[in-house]
Design a protein around this ligand. Structure first.
Ligand SMILES: *[C@@H]1O[C@H](CO)[C@@H](O)[C@H](O)[C@H]1NC(C)=O
Ligand SMILES: *[C@@H]1O[C@H](CO)[C@@H](O)[C@H](O)[C@H]1NC(C)=O
Length: 217
C-alpha cells in the first residue's frame, strides 16, 4: 500500500517533491498485537513450536525488517507503536480472566517482553540510520492507566466495551442491529471487545505526540 501511495504521489507531484514529502512526513506503524493475542495465545500451533521469548524475537525481527523497508522506500521519520496491555481488553478478560474478568497477566507479560525488545530494536535502527529519526511510541503506559484508573481520565468504564453482549463482539458486529450498545461511548475506554474508543485513542495519541514530537526533528 505504501508503494502504491508513492506511485500515486509520483504521478501527482513528480519524483523530487515525492522524496521530500516522504522524508518529511511522520509515518506511524502499528503491528504485533494480533500476533500475540490471536496467533500465539488463542491458537495452539505457534505455542507448540516457539516459546514466548522466541516468538517475540521473531516478531521484532519482522518489525525491524519492515521499518528498514520503509527507510529504503524513502521514509525518514518513522514512529513505531508499542503494544498496549492486550491482556486487559474486554475479549481477553472474558476468555482468560476468570469469573472476575481480570486482566490476563500472561498476555500482558508477553506484551511487556515484546515492548522491551522493540525499544532496543528501535534504538539500534535509529543509531544505524543517521539521517532518519526512528522513534518508539509507548502506548502501554497510557492505556494501562486508563484501564486501571478510568475515573481519573473521565471514563466511567475501563473493563467492558460500549458494544457487546458477551464482550467478544468486534468491529463489523458493532452495528445498529446489536442489542446492547452503550449510549455514550466517550464514557468507555473500549468501543468493542478489542479496540479503544475515539476518546481513548485521542487522549493516547495527543499524549504520545506531545512526549515524542521533539525526537522526530
Ligand atoms: C536518534 O538518532 C539521532 C541521530 O541520528 C539522535 O540525534 C537522536 O537523539 C536519536 N534518538 C534517540 C531517542 O536516541
Ligand atoms: C468493572 O469496573 C467497574 C468500575 O469501573 C467496577 O465497578 C466493576 O466491578 C468492574 N467489573 C469487573 C467485572 O471487573
Amino acid at each position: 500500500m505504501f508503494k502504491e501511495y508513492i506511485a500515486k504521489l509520483n504521478g501527482a507531484v513528480g519524483e523530487e517533491r515525492t522524496s521530500m514529502v516522504l522524508a518529511k512526513s511522520i509515518i506511524v506503524i502499528s503491528m504485533g498485537s494480533n500476533d500475540i493475542s490471536g496467533s500465539y495465545f488463542q491458537s495452539p500451533y505457534r505455542r507448540c513450536v516457539f516459546d514466548i521469548d522466541q516468538y517475540t524475537s521473531i516478531l521484532i525481527n519482522q518489525n525491524s525488517k519492515f521499518v528498514q523497508e520503509l527507510y529504503e522506500l524513502g521514509a525518514r521519520k518513522i514512529g513505531v507503536l508499542s503494544l498496549g496491555p492486550v491482556g486487559c481488553v474486554p475479549m481477553q478478560r472474558t476468555i482468560g480472566g476468570g469469573t472476575q474478568r481480570k486482566c490476563v497477566v500472561e498476555i500482558n507479560d508477553a506484551c511487556l517482553l515484546y515492548n522491551s525488545k522493540l525499544y532496543s530494536s528501535i534504538m539500534a535502527l535509529n543509531a544505524t540510520y543517521q539521517d532518519a529519526r526512528i522513534v518508539y511510541l509507548d502506548t502501554y503506559t497510557g492505556l494501562n492507566a486508563f484501564v486501571q484508573y478510568p475515573n481519573l481520565f473521565g471514563f466511567e468504564n475501563g473493563n467492558g466495551s460500549c458494544c457487546g453482549i458477551a464482550n467478544v463482539e468486534l468491529g463489523p458486529l458493532c452495528n445498529s442491529f446489536v442489542l446492547k450498545m452503550c449510549e455514550d461511548a466517550s464514557k468507555y475506554v473500549f468501543w468493542d471487545s478489542y479496540h479503544p474508543t475515539d476518546r481513548a485513542y485521542n487522549l493516547l495519541t495527543s499524549d504520545a505526540i506531545k512526549k515524542t514530537i521533539h525526537q522526530f526533528i
